[in-house]
Design a protein around this ligand. Structure first.
Ligand SMILES: [Zn+2]
Length: 156
C-alpha cells in the first residue's frame, strides 16, 4: 500500500456473482455441449452472438436459435500477460507452447459470417504473428464443471 505522486497503488480483492440472464444461460449450456448458438430475427435477417432475447432493430422477441459454424475471422486482438485465473506469465497451462509468446497470451474478437457480434477467444497457435482478417477455427474447451473457454486456432 502506498500513495506516490497522488496515486493510490494497491489492489482490492473483489468477489461478485455474474448473472447470465435467460439467453446467456442457454448460450453457456449449449456451449457445454459443444455448440455455439445465436438467436436469429427472420424479420431483419440477422443473427446475434452473444444471443439476445430481443432484436435490437425491430424489438421483436427472438425465439429462434441457430447454430453458428465454428469458423470465423479475427476482427481484433490483444496480448495479455495474465491468464484467465489472473496468474502472470502467460497461459494457465504454463507449457510454453505456441499458445504463448514471450510470456504473453493472445485474445481475439472473432466474428462469424452472417452473425452480428462475435466471441472473445484465446488464440492457441501462431500467436506471434496475428493479423486482422485471418481465418480461425473456433473450439470450446470445458475447463471445469460448467466453465467454458472459447479458443481459436489459426487456419493453415
Ligand atoms: Zn428484427
Amino acid at each position: 500500500m502506498s500513495n506516490i505522486d497522488g496515486y493510490w497503488h494497491d489492489s482490492i480483492a473483489l468477489d461478485y456473482i455474474y448473472t447470465l440472464g435467460v439467453a446467456g444461460e442457454r448460450f453457456f449450456r449449449e456451449a457445454l455441449n459443444g455448440r455455439i448458438m445465436a438467436t436469429r430475427c427472420d424479420e431483419c435477417s440477422v443473427a446475434y452472438l452473444p444471443p439476445r432475447l430481443y432484436c435490437r432493430r425491430c424489438f421483436r422477441r427472438l425465439d429462434r436459435w441457430v447454430e453458428v459454424e465454428k469458423r470465423g475471422i479475427i476482427y481484433s486482438y490483444t496480448y495479455v500477460s495474465s491468464g484467465n485465473s489472473g496468474n502472470s506469465g502467460g497461459n494457465d497451462d504454463g507449457d510454453g507452447g505456441d499458445d504463448e509468446y514471450d510470456g504473453y497470451i493472445a485474445y481475439a474478437l472473432v466474428r462469424f459470417d452472417g452473425v452480428d457480434g462475435g466471441l472473445i477467444c484465446r488464440i492457441i497457435n501462431k500467436i506471434e504473428d496475428l493479423k486482422i482478417g485471418v481465418g480461425v477455427a473456433v473450439d470450446i474447451k470445458v475447463k471445469e464443471i460448467a466453465i467454458v473457454e472459447f479458443v481459436a486456432e489459426i487456419a493453415g
